[in-house]
Design a protein around this ligand. Sequence first.
Ligand code: ATP
Ligand code: MG
Ligand code: FE
Length: 345
Amino acid sequence: MRVLGIETTCDETAAAVVDSPREGEATILSNEVLSQIAEHAPYGGVVPEIAARAHVEVLDRIVARALKTAGVKLADLDGIAAAAGPGLIGGVIVGLTTAKALALVAGKPFIAVNHLEAHALSARLTDKVQFPYLLLLASGGHTQLLAVRGVGDYVRLGTTMDDAIGEAFDKTAKLLGLPYPGGPQVEKEAERGDPERFALPRPLSGRPIPDFSLSGLKTAVRLEAERIAPLTATDVADLCASFQAAVVDVVVDRTRAGLRVFREQCGKPNALVVAGGVAANQSIRRALQRLAGEAGLRLVAPPLALCTDNGAMIAWAGAERLRLGLVDGLETAPRARWPLAELAG
Ligand code: ATP
Ligand code: MG
Ligand code: FE
């Protein structure tokens, strides 16, 4: 089963072809990603209108390249999938409309994929992990602990009350004068910084409900930065290291609470899975590895290129849905907001 997947919900224009010969099996035939980082960098964040226009300009080329690299023609596909949300609505419209048009002309089934579901299922693209599993979904716009019980069957155990973890990384980077996107920059600075120099808070630690709160942590970094300004390169590195150490502690504590709630509500998970752009962070991966070991679980973390936004995860989620007969009509509307709990499985 070969599915084309298109991703345009944020600042990556991406298209990929995934082949899934059997349930739970997949080969990535192509995975083309064009990041718009350079276009947004001068503004310190993603500008929705610029993103939408950039998607329009390059998407047809990216799709053509994905098909060419995969060595398939539209006629060889079994389905065409696109992220229909949640995300920046202008960009979502571009990808969704393109996928619908291709499905119409090629006479192929169309699958409207929830971008968060694609992150949630991305672990199964490169690992045979079975349902149910505990998922930490940590990206630029979302931070949630979910019980993934099946395709389309997600129970949200906890979520952030304010900023997403990726957002906290991005805002912290910005206030320290580091370029966008902040996550990888903060991680790099943290490598040579002192994680114990600044005593930063670990919000919600010890609470039984596995929710997150990140905005206080970011504010604490700002107050420390203002207190010691002007900042030297060492100060920036130390602030990044202290911030990242606090995030790691928070992630471990909150995920541990998530595991407890999962066991109460759904029994033993088959694995601890992490997904979303923040899953690219090596300190967070290592800490989750230790936590999983303690809990007698396997940690499944997708390869870095499948953690941040990509077309392969959309194609794969499309294939998982197509296999279950979950196809969508061409009248499907783009959605800026689309909680996972509203998905029909
Ligand atoms: P969403 O999936 O919620 O719609 P998004 O698609 O923008 O949001 P992703 O592309 O999944 O999010 O992830 C991007 C986020 O991941 C950014 O906030 C970025 O800073 C963060 N990120 C990427 N790499 C790292 C890293 N190495 N360490 C920490 N954060 C990172
Ligand atoms: Mg992105
Ligand atoms: Fe994403």
